[in-house]
Design a binder for this molecule. Structure first.
Ligand code: GLU
Ligand code: ASP
Length: 496
């Protein structure tokens, strides 16, 4: 898209009307609020739904399978962002992508809300994976489209948007976690209603608030390319369908094969991305150097999300089985712990933002911040090892240990998550800027692909070794990154 087109889009968006930000931010804030409300509400109870016995309304899967599915699911959700971003870029623009995505997500939750079999669960998973891939990276891209290159409200705009994400993630586990005591399906129903509200906000306010933002197709396909793409999509659907229909009954597509495939894709896709960007003739020498700098940061980000995302898998099981849920006369739902991370994010994000501004030039560089986040992530796992060390794996643990662990990981998240996205936009070559959102989400996808392999080593008997080993690896990586930081900074060629 040319600079003139970009300016035309910016001019079409009412530039005031939401906390001093463009009015479109209202639409995007609430669309993403409701989407995250439904996603994190669903995830807060999904792991329990999978391993609770059938008599308790669950699917009765074994715990280790349930944990692996949670990770694969999370990985695919962020991996599909690559397709979602690409479709928006070449076929229908970001706004339509968000709309179609929201519809798919809503139906995904509706399918889960209807009591049914394991097969229904997988149908819903496919819908939500594809839907989130269409919605999540694109809704964030539209935020970026509303500001001119020189507009210094951009960072503040993204911070407000980030609050919307975490507000949605905070509220829903509280509601859905309570409802789960009655019925899991009712809980999933609430997630579906949340996505419905998100779609309504988007549909009813986008014309007025978003102007042309999201309506253009930045790099449209020629009719011949379209034909080729449709053919590839149709063929892939047939191949996947055949593999499922034939491979599963014949036994060569097993669950382990599937996990391994996700693992391979999780690592191969970002690698291919890097190679393509590095070798592209459109990438300049300075950009090439910045790409080199981005690699260790990306790896650190994978390590960080691997621990952070276990907050809704391993730590959820820990909350359910190892924690004393009678606290101060209250019976706590294990799903409520999922509200802690976003709650801490909402309260601490402004403090961190203030702190970085106050430090100004003296603030740590991006690699140092990433190294700090790995240290904190590692500590959050070491902390959760302590009660087991003193009390054994039989006695129920005080829930405050979990609260502390979530608190520490959030300190790390605030050194990495907001910094990482803006670092990605700055370090990615200009020719690939449309793909940067999905590139950033790929670090999370890779992390959860690795988690799918790792979580099977967790059990109540192995918990100390498990938390100790993963926490330890993160701390070692943190030290390595800290030592490499000046070098990485050099490769960043002047970017801070
Ligand atoms: N909690 C963040 C979200 O849902 C994580 C995404 C990421 O990997 O940056 O937006
Ligand atoms: N902090 C996560 C994110 O930024 C939300 C969560 O893990 O609940 O959206």
């Amino acid at each position: 898209m040319s600079g003139i087109d970009k300016q035309k889009i910016v001019d079409s968006v009412p530039q005031r009307g939401f906390f001093g930000q463009p009015r479109g931010l209202f639409t995007l804030f609430f669309t993403e609020f409701w989407e995250r409300f439904s996603y994190y509400g669903m995830r807060a109870i999904l792991v329990f739904y999978m391993y609770y016995e059938v008599s308790k309304g669950g699917l009765g899967l074994d715990e280790s399978t349930a944990l692996a599915i949670m990770s694969i699911y999370g990985s695919l959700v962020y991996m599909s962002g690559v397709i979602g971003g690409w479709l928006a870029d070449r076929l229908f623009g970001t706004s339509k992508a968000v709309f179609y995505g929201g519809i798919l997500i809503m139906f995904g939750h509706i399918v889960l809300a209807i009591p049914g079999s394991l097969a229904m669960f997988f149908v819903s998973m496919v819908l939500i994976v594809l839907g989130t891939g269409l919605l999540k990276p694109n809704v964030s891209s539209i935020v970026g489209e509303m500001y001119s290159e020189t507009d210094n409200r951009r960072d503040a705009g993204f911070s407000i948007f980030y609050m919307g994400i975490n507000l949605g993630a905070f509220i829903s586990p509280l509601i859905v976690g309570e409802v789960m005591k009655t019925s899991f399906h009712l809980g999933f129903g609430i997630a579906a209603i949340g996505m419905f509200f998100g779609l309504m906000v988007f549909m009813l306010t986008r014309k007025k608030n978003l102007g042309l933002a999201g309506t253009t197709v930045p790099n449209p396909m020629s009719p011949a390319e379209k034909k080729k793409t449709y053919t590839i999509f149709a063929l892939s659907a047939v191949v996947i369908g055949a593999l499922v229909a034939v491979g599963i009954p014949m036994g060569f597509v097993t669950f382990d094969v599937f996990i391994a495939l996700v693992g391979i894709f999780g690592l191969a896709i970002p690698t291919i991305y890097f190679v393509v960007m590095y070798r592209s003739p459109k990438t300049t020498a300075v950009e090439r150097s910045r790409l080199i700098a981005y690699i260790p940061l990306f790896i650190a980000s994978v390590m960080f999300w691997a621990i952070q995302e276990q907050g809704s898998t391993i730590l959820a099981v820990y909350a359910d089985k190892r924690t004393n849920l009678e606290f101060l006369g209250l019976t706590i739902s294990p799903a409520w712990f999922q509200s802690l991370n976003p709650l801490f994010i909402i309260t601490l994000a402004p403090v961190f933002a203030w702190f970085w501004v106050k430090l100004g030039e003296r603030q740590p560089t991006v690699p140092v911040k990433f190294s700090l986040s790995l240290l904190l992530a590692g500590l959050s796992f070491l902390v959760i090892l302590v009660p087991g060390y003193f009390g054994g794996s039989e006695a129920l643990v005080n829930p405050l240990w979990l609260v502390l662990s979530y608190f520490i990981v959030v300190l790390g998240e605030l050194c990495l998550s907001p910094v990482g996205l803006s670092a990605t936009t700055k370090l990615a070559p200009a020719a690939f800027s449309a793909q940067t959102m999905s590139l950033w989400f790929l670090s999370n996808a890779a992390a959860q692909a690795i988690n799918a392999q790792v979580v099977k080593f967790y059990s109540e008997e192995t918990e100390m070794l498990y938390f100790g080993a993963i926490g330890g690896i993160s701390i070692v990586l943190s030290i390595v990154l800290f030592l490499m930081a000046p070098k990485i900074q050099g490769y960043m060629k002047g970017l801070k």
